[in-house]
Design a protein around this ligand. Structure first.
Ligand SMILES: [Zn+2]
Length: 165
């Protein structure tokens, strides 16, 4: 990775293994700097969370923590940067503007654009066998994209309300 840094800018890492802690940390720092929130870098943490199944990444506000799904992102390493920045943007919005802002609202979108990333809120990746296996598995009703977006928002607001919001 050292060679990459010596070239002055971070190249696109191509596999999960390329995303070493140094690279992830560097992308976080560069992105925060782009946004003018460099100081926040000292508080932001991140980790791979192998317990995540179909959630590709999430932001834990109270811990200033970004969690990334190693199973899903190993299959789609090209998404790592986008997911990392997506969750980082959530942390920054909440840190600086509080919970008044809607999760994927204008401030979040502005950060994503400034970082050169997509403003779509849900992923469309094949989660195949990553779904939690259930005892007495029943066939699952097909969920539309809209339903997935809704349940993601619901999960978001549930998390907020658990924090007393
Ligand atoms: Zn989001």
């Amino acid at each position: 990775m050292t060679e990459l840094f010596q070239q002055g800018s971070l190249l696109q890492p191509e596999t999960l293994e390329d995303w070493t802690p140094e690279v992830v940390t560097r992308v976080i720092a560069e992105t925060l700097e782009t946004w003018g929130f460099a100081d926040y870098g000292a508080r932001v943490r991140w980790c791979w969370n192998p317990r995540l199944r179909t959630t590709i990444g999430r932001a834990i506000f109270e811990d200033h923590l970004v969690e990334l799904n190693p199973h899903l992102l190993a299959r789609h390493p090209g998404e790592i940067r986008g997911v990392l920045i997506h969750e980082l943007a959530h942390l920054v919005v909440v840190e600086h503007f509080g919970f008044r802002e809607s999760p994927h609202g204008p401030r979040w979108k502005a950060l994503m654009r400034a970082a050169g990333e997509s403003t779509r809120a849900t992923h469309q990746l094949d989660v195949g066998n990553l779904r939690r296996r259930r005892k007495n598995a029943q066939p699952r009703p097909h969920r539309s994209r809209q339903a997935q977006t809704l349940s993601r928002l619901e999960a978001w607001w549930r998390r907020l309300s658990q924090r007393g919001w």
